[in-house]
Design a binder for this molecule. Structure first.
Ligand code: AMP
Ligand code: MG
Length: 332
């Protein structure tokens, strides 16, 4: 049985949220809202509970989780070495969409780190996530709260669709504002390396710690363990177009066609379904996963999605779109 509770992020009912914390304390699984996407959480230090996350999602065991903390000082429970850069980035960008990879301390269950010598830590900004971590009295290990391979969940309804009957509780705390997963930066080596682009950009980090490498993992081998798996895919085929107005050229008879574009009303496309993603890439990111799921609900066979800008959050957005599209990108 999966219990669903509704919590207002602006007026948290602590008694109700304590029920979710009790589930975590007793080794259960709770889907909870964060500012990036919804997470599927368990007590980081309960190896059995963490193993159940993988079962519930159908997630490969070699794809590690992020431990969510509620106070910067908790980083010490995870890392055997804490470089200055970690403190600087944490002070600047936590709570927020930045996951930091550090050399791990002994005692963290192997399931959390997929047996790696490093560990991923993040302090979210979402009020419900923070309150849940505090009430649980333990860091919460969580990947995204979707079935492995499907688009990440940005609403409780997405979690309900994927995980009902598979987890103990789902907290409905409204929409995830950022809409794509956190930036992952590896600080365990000589030079900081961005392993997964997200809401905090390499430029944002360079202004705080200097050199940061981001080579883009699309061309080469995946550097982030989870990055090698098919991700974010709806049932419909996704095609990314630089010139979204040209979608008619690629349209096939008899296929229900969906267009996802910025300023879509201006474009006046003749597709069967048109989703407007607002004016800029930030709004686009906030709506992407929601719309990929909606395209399936609306019966689309093919989704043409506009190529985002090649800077800022556009880079993270492109990374997710590229994976959703299985590499089908058509440039001008
Ligand atoms: P998810 O939030 O579902 O994308 O899952 C967490 C992601 O964090 C994984 O897919 C990895 O990409 C990343 N991650 C977690 N731990 C590590 C680590 N030790 N080294 C590199 N990446 C990690
Ligand atoms: Mg995920």
């Amino acid at each position: 049985m999966t219990k669903i509770i509704k919590i207002d992020p602006l007026n948290i009912d602590m008694d109700l949220l304590s029920q979710a914390a009790d589930v975590i304390k007793h080794g259960g699984l709770v889907a909870f809202p964060t500012e990036t996407v919804y997470g599927l959480g368990a007590d980081t230090f309960n190896a059995e509970a963490v193993a159940n996350i993988f079962r519930a999602k159908g997630r490969p065991m070699d794809n590690p989780l992020i431990s969510h903390i509620a106070d910067i000082s908790e980083i010490e429970r995870f890392a055997r070495e804490i470089p200055d850069s970690a403190i600087k980035l944490a002070n600047e960008f936590w709570g927020g969409p930045l996951t930091i990879i550090l050399k791990k301390k002994n005692g963290i269950p192997d399931a959390v780190t997929a047996g790696l010598d490093t560990v991923a830590v993040r302090l979210p900004s979402h009020s419900v996530a923070n309150a849940l971590i505090k009430l649980s009295g333990t860091p919460i290990a969580a990947p995204s709260a979707n079935l492995s391979g499907s688009p990440s969940p940005t609403t409780a309804q997405h979690c309900i669709a994927d995980l009902t009957g598979r987890v103990d509780m789902i907290i409905d705390g409204g929409n995830s504002m950022i809409g794509i997963e956190s930036t992952v930066v590896d600080l365990s080596g000589e030079v900081p390396v961005v392993l997964r682009p997200g809401g905090i950009t390499p430029e944002d980090m360079r202004s705080v710690i200097g050199e940061v490498i981001y080579s883009g993992e699309i061309e080469g081998a995946p550097r982030c363990p989870g990055m090698k798996y098919t991700h974010y895919s709806p049932e419909a085929q996704v095609i990314v177009l630089e010139d979204i107005a040209s979608f008619e050229k690629y349209r096939e008879n008899g296929k229900k066609t969906c267009v996802i574009a910025k300023n879509a009303p201006k474009l006046n496309p003749s597709a069967d379904i048109v989703y407007d993603v607002g004016a800029d890439d930030r709004e686009y990111a906030a709506r992407l996963f929601y719309l990929l799921r909606k395209a399936d609900e609306d019966g689309a066979d093919v989704v043409f999605a506009e190529l985002p800008e090649n800077h800022g959050i556009g880079i993270a957005l492109y990374n997710r779109l590229y994976k959703s599209a299985g590499g089908r990108v058509i440039l001008k």
